[in-house]
Design a protein around this ligand. Structure first.
Ligand code: SF4
Ligand code: SF4
Length: 293
């Protein structure tokens, strides 16, 4: 599979606990918290295990899911598929309940019953998969902490691009696969980017979801960054755009700049042993998790 995807690096399935279902509308839900989404996916997976693998049985499952779950969506025209659930031996990552390899399907591909149809489900690849350089995709695969954080970030083409460009500018070189090998310091530092994306506290009022509409049809354009009077654009402007940011005060702006600068500083320190390029760096890495905000 890996050799047939754009860029040669497969982002959709990574490990026993890391996979992505963002293009199936996974995060386009009323409550995108980890707890609520995990409960939703567990409930669906349990229910689907008892469903007759017939068109009528599968459509009845869809109807019961849609009747039970809140259908309010941050992006109303972005389809949320009711057939996304948990897969794997321990049901520890997200995946398609209609896939031929999913439990109980006996090798039969039922995805043709879905909204997008079997062909679209089989061949679609998101803009991040198609356009990001392999070295950045490999780094994200290596550092991904779990499915919840992974799918929120890995589709963020603009954020990933702005972040790795900033990192590589500070390093003075491109990152390589060995940068994120078995060294836990660099993995730990990069994994903070996943949390930063999921927990970004500077979204505009009313934009509480971390869900990203990443299709390139401009249906839901990102709002411009709002800076406090007399400030901006920041040196971190591209990152702020990608994170969907609103700064009502100079303090909020400085907090955000410091968080990004500190994260980049921890990464450079992990990769080179030096953090000297970072005036905002808040302290030497300790090996423990850092508070991001
Ligand atoms: S959004 Fe991209 S990485 Fe995620 S499952 Fe779809 S194609 Fe794969
Ligand atoms: S049927 Fe298609 S859209 Fe739905 S979960 Fe499966 S792959 Fe995703």
């Amino acid at each position: 599979m890996e050799n047939t995807v754009p860029g040669g690096v497969y982002l959709c399935q990574v490990s026993e606990t890391v996979s992505c279902g963002a293009c199936c509308g996974l995060y386009n839900v009323a409550d995108p918290s980890r707890a609520a989404m995990t409960a939703m996916l567990e409930r669906r997976t349990d229910a689907f295990s008892g469903v007759a693998r017939t068109v009528a049985g599968i459509l009845a499952f869809k109807a019961s899911v849609e009747a039970r779950e809140n259908q309010a969506r941050p992006y109303p025209d972005f389809h949320h598929c009711p057939y996304i659930g948990l897969i794997g031996r321990r049901r520890s990552r997200v995946g398609c309940l209609l896939h031929p390899m999913a439990d109980g399907n006996g090798g039969v591909d039922f995805r043709g019953i879905s909204f997008y149809g079997g062909m679209a489900c089989r061949i679609y690849f998101c803009p991040a998969t198609k356009t990001l350089p392999p070295r950045w995709k490999e780094a994200l695969r290596a550092a991904a902490p779990d499915w919840y954080h992974y799918g929120l970030l890995v589709t963020e083409k603009g954020l990933i691009q702005a972040f790795f460009q900033a990192l590589e500018a500070r390093l003075g070189r491109e990152i390589t696969a060995t940068d994120f090998g078995p060294d836990p310091a660099s993995i730990r530092a990069l994994s903070d980017l996943f949390a930063l994306k999921a927990e970004w506290p500077h979204r505009p009022p009313g934009a509480s979801t971390p869900c990203n509409y990443f299709f390139e049809d401009n249906l839901y354009p990102t709002a411009p960054v709002v800076y406090p009077d007399g400030r901006g654009p920041s040196a971190c402007h591209d990152l702020f755009v990608a994170l969907n940011s609103h700064f009502p005060s100079a303090d909020a702006l400085e907090t955000a700049e410091t968080a990004l600068s500190a994260l980049l500083g921890r990464l450079v320190h992990a990769l080179t042993g030096s953090g000297r390029f970072f005036p905002h760096r808040t302290g030497a890495p300790t090996g423990r998790r850092h508070k991001l905000f």
